[in-house]
Design a protein around this ligand. Structure first.
Ligand SMILES: CC(C)(COP(=O)(O)OP(=O)(O)OC[C@H]1O[C@@H](n2cnc3c(N)ncnc32)[C@H](O)[C@@H]1OP(=O)(O)O)[C@@H](O)C(=O)NCCC(=O)NCCS
Length: 170
């Protein structure tokens, strides 16, 4: 197993093509009709030439109530079907979580989860901060109704108030 984190701008054509194969099994793919933010960083888990797991990271300053919060957004967590249940997603998330602290230094990590996935992420230190949030879409702001999970990184206390992602979701 080889894990690397790369800036999305530095991906080769080969790496992009491999990512497309993995992304087709993610929430990203199932919620079609939703416009998603492009990744700033991508965590890739390889077995030889096969990309088995992919995690995207988006850097964004959002608003919670009146407060600005610096986030590392985690999205597109997906393992190819034939490689599942071997700990690849856990390893990729652990790498992503370390990357949020160093070098990104964000206040919190944030991801949208499906309800069945919540206990799995709770085991890794995440917690549900809200059941919906405001996100931008091409026709304006809209509410996205999924569990919103956060991970304390450089700050501990999540502020009170409505969450506005101030951009496309991830
Ligand atoms: C969710 C998903 C990313 C998990 O990927 P994965 O690589 O299989 O994840 P892991 O192997 O790290 O963990 C999965 C399970 O396998 C178990 N596992 C890990 N290593 C294992 C091993 N060596 N032997 C047996 N079980 C193992 C884990 O304990 C975990 O169990 P749990 O479901 O009871 O918590 C994958 O199923 C997927 O791509 N799903 C579709 C997209 C999706 O739903 N993404 C998440 C959106 S929020």
């Amino acid at each position: 197993m080889r894990i690397e984190v790369k800036s999305a701008k530095e991906l080769s054509t080969f790496e992009k093509a491999r990512q497309d194969c993995v992304v087709t099994s993610s929430l990203y793919y199932f919620l079609n009709g939703t416009k998603w933010a492009p990744a700033d960083w991508t965590v890739m888990v390889w077995e030889d030439e096969d990309l088995v797991t992919n995690v995207h990271i988006v850097e964004r300053t959002i608003k919670v109530g009146e407060q600005a919060v610096r986030l590392g957004g985690i999205g597109n967590v997906a393992t190819k079907v034939e490689w599942r249940k071997r700990g690849y997603a856990r390893s990729a998330l652990s790498t992503a979580q370390n990357f949020l602290r160093d070098p990104l230094n964000v206040d919190f990590g944030m991801m949208i989860a499906t309800e069945p996935m919540v206990p799995r992420y709770e085991k890794l230190g995440w917690r549900v901060a809200a059941r919906s949030m405001l996100v931008d879409q091409p026709d304006g702001k809209t509410s996205l109704g999924y569990p919103v999970m956060i991970l304390p990184v450089c700050r501990q206390d999540w502020p009170e108030g409505e969450i506005d992602l101030c951009g496309l979701p991830w």
